[in-house]
Structures are given as C-alpha cells and as structure tokens.
Write a protein that binds this ligand. Structure first.
Ligand code: SF4
Length: 206
C-alpha cells in the first residue's frame, strides 16, 4: 500500500470518532459559526452559538441587529467586533442576492463577502452533504506538508494535491481526521515519539 494510503488508514483507525466540530442545525447557523471560528477555540464558538442561535434565526435578524447587542453574545470570541461587521455584511448580501438563503454551490458561496473555498467546502460538505473539494484549514496545511502529501503553501494548491492523491469518498472526512491528529499529536510542536505514524511519516522528528 502506498504511504499516503497507509497514513490515511492509520488516521481512521486511531480517530474512528472524528467528526465535524462546530454545532449547527441549518446552513445559516453553520455559516455564522464558521465566521466566528477563526482564532477562537471550537468549544468557545459552540458555547456562544448556543445562545446566539436562540435569538437570531434569519439573515434579516443578523443584518438588522444592533451591533452592540450582537457583540454582547460574543464575549468569548476573539476579534468579535470585526466578525460582527463581517456577519452583518454577509447577511445583507444574502438578503440582496440570495433571497436570504445560504446558497449550495461553490460558485455562489465564494461570492459571499469573506467566504473562500475553505469555508465554502465546510458548508457544502457539512450542511448540504455535497462533496466537491476538501476544506483546507491550518491543520490540513501543516499536517499534509509534514506527511509529504504536498509541497505547496497555497491552500487552493494544497487542496488540488489532496484531491488528486485521495479518492472523492475520502474528501469529506480527511480534514476531520487531520484536525483530530493535529490537535492531539501532530501539534505545532509535533510529538513524533508517540505518533503512530512515525515509521512512515517523512517528517518525523525522533
Ligand atoms: S511523525 Fe511527527 S510530523 Fe509525522 S505525523 Fe506524526 S507527529 Fe506529525
């Protein structure tokens, strides 16, 4: 078996419960959660959205909200004031161009202000179960470079490399598995000594 497939198999064996990490119950909630997530821990995002989603339910609710009131829900979120601006701008765009609904195509999603392929892939995969690419976050970037799956730095080029390495049926869970490993073992400072992949990973530091 080729090394990248061996590594994928090991990831699946070691993280059988890997799953998407932000809580949501509809595409708009997921869009809002992904906009709150940068530089903030998932657990903090999930905690604030529990209350936020009870109060604000539609793109109109967010666009018409008093920014100060919205901010009041986001005390645990880093760069909250900036994120409130993004959320309101994006929700106004949704109302003007998409009848207030989150679109379900890559083309339409990446037209939304502040939404790139990473977020669009997350929404398509997790809210619409449409797998057209791989969501490339910081964990996917760091780990796929260390594991020798790509030499690229640019997330879109990394995504292309991964899409050609792995079959489409793996794309949905790949970023979940890499995030799980990135949070537990292959952190910014990797714990290669205790890593189950250290015999095949090209970047192991023993
Ligand atoms: S061997 Fe080291 S660099 Fe490779 S995946 Fe494991 S922790 Fe990361």
């Amino acid at each position: 078996m080729e090394p990248h497939l061996q590594m994928l198999q090991l990831l699946k064996q070691n993280y059988p419960d890997a799953h998407y990490y932000l809580r949501f119950s509809n595409p708009l909630e997921l869009l809002i959660a992904t906009m709150l997530a940068p530089q903030t821990r998932d657990v903090a995002v999930n905690k604030v959205t529990e209350q936020l989603f009870l109060k604000y339910k539609t793109a109109e609710d967010y666009s018409q909200a008093d920014p100060e009131e919205l901010l009041g829900y986001l005390s645990a979120i880093n760069y909250a004031a900036k994120k409130v601006q993004y959320i309101q701008t994006t929700c106004r765009f949704l109302i003007q161009k998409c009848q207030g609904q989150v679109p379900d195509t890559m083309e339409a999603l990446t037209e939304l202000p502040g939404v790139g392929r990473k977020t669009a892939n997350s929404i398509l995969i997790n809210a619409f179960n449409k797998v057209v690419g791989i969501s490339v976050d910081v964990h996917v970037i760091r780990l796929s470079q260390r594991m020798g799956w790509t030499k690229q730095q640019n997330p879109e080029k990394i995504e292309k490399d991964l899409m050609s390495l792995f079959s489409q049926q793996e794309w949905k869970t790949l970023s979940w598995l890499l995030k799980a490993h990135g949070q537990k073992i292959c952190k910014a400072k990797p714990d290669c000594l205790h890593c189950f992949m250290n015999q095949i990973c090209p970047k192991h530091e023993l």
